[in-house]
Design a protein around this ligand. Structure first.
Ligand SMILES: Cc1ncc(COP(=O)(O)O)c(C=O)c1O
Length: 364
């Protein structure tokens, strides 16, 4: 058996045909595939605006840019996330204020958010980490009360729902990533900005393409953050499969939970009653995590750590903003977390092999 991959990208003849069609069409940017992908994504989420961009990071950059951040303004972000949630802020001279995570869902701790709000807080960026949605109601209540904006980072949460509604519908602006490891991809880099706010929707659509209203008419400041036609065509095909993939991911999560819940030394993922998680990764906690990783590697089973260094401890963050206050839970779990193979493309044989090796390692 070949190595069992942590993530497998879906590729089929339809995607290959779509790519060839784009190559033959003569439209490579701003064409019909982008328009159609945006329409499909908008319908899938039930959101008013969907704007294709070149990556999730570009989407975050553009979203933060809309907030008119001034030097010293604060944006509350989780530390247990990918750095792109926080790094664009430095370009606006704004300051990320890091909060700890909920010990069960790994998402931002809302109580810690409440404690860290100051007069300078302009925005909170909840990240639906590993696909589990953040508890949006209490967060929206406090932000509404204090006039604080919300940018939802849905980069890991394709298909995830909070109280029956797809994530990306709750914040002022939401962002998605289509990086190749994500639950759906565009076969390269890509992202989507989503919003129910017409003002943001209209201006962001212009800003991702030089702010222009026609070919050589530039009324607004913008740059080139476009999503191209090949990527859009791949994204459309992938999006069609997404609902069935999400259910398959959930089946695999149940498969792992079924036997791993027997072990008291392992913490398996938790799903709150109001959540329908589009699991991006299957992450457990275990002491001596590196030993398990080495064992599985010797059996040709790939694992991942999302993420080994919390953002508040990254060298560039300390260089820009100084040493950051401790976040006890985040700092503890980063040494225990490990993600096991999870993708709808995994075969039953592959999953069985992972199960057998885990049981061998953990004991019967
Ligand atoms: C939580 C989170 N935010 C932002 C990003 C950035 O997305 P991209 O890699 O498409 O720039 C990612 C993905 O890599 C992510 O996981």
């Amino acid at each position: 058996m070949d190595d069992i991959k942590l993530v497998k990208m879906f590729m089929d003849d339809e995607i290959k045909k779509e790519v060839l069609n784009v190559l033959d069409s003569g439209y490579y940017i701003n064409g019909p595939k982008l328009k159609a992908f945006e329409e499909d994504f908008k319908k899938y989420l039930g959101v008013k605006h969907a704007i294709g961009v070149s990556s999730g990071t570009s989407a975050l950059f553009l979203a933060y840019n809309e907030l008119n951040l001034q030097p010293g303004d604060e944006v509350i972000v989780p530390s247990h996330t990918f750095i792109a949630t926080a790094s664009p802020l430095a370009f606006f001279k704004a300051k990320p204020v890091f909060v700890d995570c909920d010990p069960d869902t790994y998402c931002m701790d809302i109580e810690d958010v409440k404690e860290k709000i100051t007069k300078k807080t302009k925005c909170v960026t909840p990240v639906h980490l590993y696909g589990h949605p953040v508890d949006m109601d209490p967060l929206m209540e406090i932000c509404r009360e204090k006039g604080i904006k919300i940018i939802e980072d849905c980069a890991q949460a394709h298909g995830s729902e909070y109280k029956g509604k797809k994530v990306g519908n709750f914040g002022d602006i939401g962002i998605y990533s289509f990086f190749p490891s994500k639950s759906m991809t565009v076969g390269g880099d890509g992202g989507m900005i989503v919003t129910n706010n017409d003002k943001y929707g209209e201006i962001l659509r212009l800003r991702r393409d030089h702010g222009r209203t026609s070919k050589y008419q530039n009324d607004n400041l913008g740059l080139n953050f476009r999503l191209n036609e090949i990527q859009s065509a791949i994204g459309r095909v992938q999006l069609k499969h997404l609902p069935e993939w999400i259910e398959k991911r959930r089946e695999i999560v149940n498969f792992y939970n079924d036997f791993l819940n027997r072990y008291s030394n392992i913490k398996t993922p938790i799903e709150r009653e109001w959540a329908h998680t589009g699991y991006y990764v299957y992450t457990i906690q275990i002491e001596n995590r590196d030993k398990l990783i080495e064992y599985l590697k010797s059996k040709k089973i790939e694992t991942g750590i999302y993420y080994p260094t919390p953002v508040h401890k990254q060298p560039i963050i300390e260089k820009l903003y100084g040493k950051q206050p401790k976040l006890p839970f985040t700092e503890e779990i980063v040494n225990k977390i490990v993600s096991l193979p999870l993708s709808p493309q995994l075969t039953n044989d592959e999953l069985e092999k992972v199960k057998i090796e885990l049981i061998k390692y953990l004991g019967d």
